[in-house]
Design a protein around this ligand. Sequence first.
Ligand code: S3P
Length: 419
Amino acid sequence: MRVDGSLRVPGDKSISHRALMFAALGKGESRVRGLLCSEDVKSTAGVLRALGATIPGVVATEFTVRGGGLRGLRESATDLDCGNSGTTARLMSGILAAIPFDSRVTGDASLSKRPMKRVAKPLEAMGAKFAFATGDGLPMTVHGGLLTGTTWFSETASAQVKSAVLLAGLVADVPVEVHEPASTRDHTERMLRARGVDVRSDGNVVTLLPNATLNTADTDVPGDPSSAAFFVALAAMSTGGSLVIDHVCVNSSRTGGFEMLADMGALIAYEDIHDDGGEPVARLVVSARQLRGITIDPTMVPSLIDELPIIACVASRAHGETRVTGAAELRVKESDRIAAVVQNLKAIGADASELPDGFVIHGSDRPLKGKVTTYGDHRIAMAFGVLGAVDGNEIEIDDRDCVSVSYPGFWSDLARVAR
Ligand code: S3P
């Protein structure tokens, strides 16, 4: 398989969710361009609409939101359905905790199994109340109320937990400080600063000081590095040619996947690096070299957590061993991604084994053939879709449509650039 041509991956998912939430919470008009139009982002739009925000009925790449201010949301008459989206459920919990009404938050079968107490705990420490129907997952009811400030030592390196606490502090107008075990993606901090909020970062500690207002700001959403990683991997596994990926967010809290793919052999040139709307963006030009296995340091994990399924698939074609540890969080993503990656690699004939907090893969160049079970997880479908494009491999994917939560046009983009 050769690669050829150029593509622009859809807007960053993390920034798209936040752009909608901040547009709804600002007072006045905000314009959003380059928004990711996917099922996950539609979940955030739907939840905000249910809470009375004037989000246009059809989520489009480009549109304008008239926000009602930090106190503008109203109690919803219906459940707040977050679909498959953890970012929607967890970030909205922070907002809902600070408003004095009750909200019942629901999601699909996958999201309902994912841990929510990691956001409930700090928000309860601030004064909100959470009620869980069963265990740690959805449905949950958020009883919002008057909050006090907190200094929270987070057990997990999670941008969603950090963001939930920052948003609760913002809406409640109280100071909050979050200490993380390792620093995570910083889009919330950047976007709040761009809207006039006093947010300070010092190593793994983020502090938000009371502000009372959130200015409006337009957002240009750059391309999602986690989506671009599939095409970097495709080019890395190709027999020749090069691929241009335009306008990709290269925020260093997100580019660990590119760094590790480069260590494995991908040749990545970063061109036209510039700042766009508070985020660094670049054009990536990618081609292949000999692939080799690597050991990923646990400290790298937060910066490449969503890229580990595709890194595992590349590892199955790389010379030698690839070892990932310190990534137990993978077990509570849209699927148990450690089990899903390893079981599927084995099912198609690759050498892979699970660790409690990661995996070990020995690569080869023998053809990989068989059926892959996605468990409805978009990143499992795309990772094995890319591996299936490699010459000699024949991989059938049980549910190709699940890519719609983050990258609806994935299959047509793949078909266009893989020759
Ligand atoms: C996200 C944070 C990460 C990531 C997810 C998006 C965000 O999750 O895996 O896809 O937008 O803040 P965690 O906070 O659970 O690590």
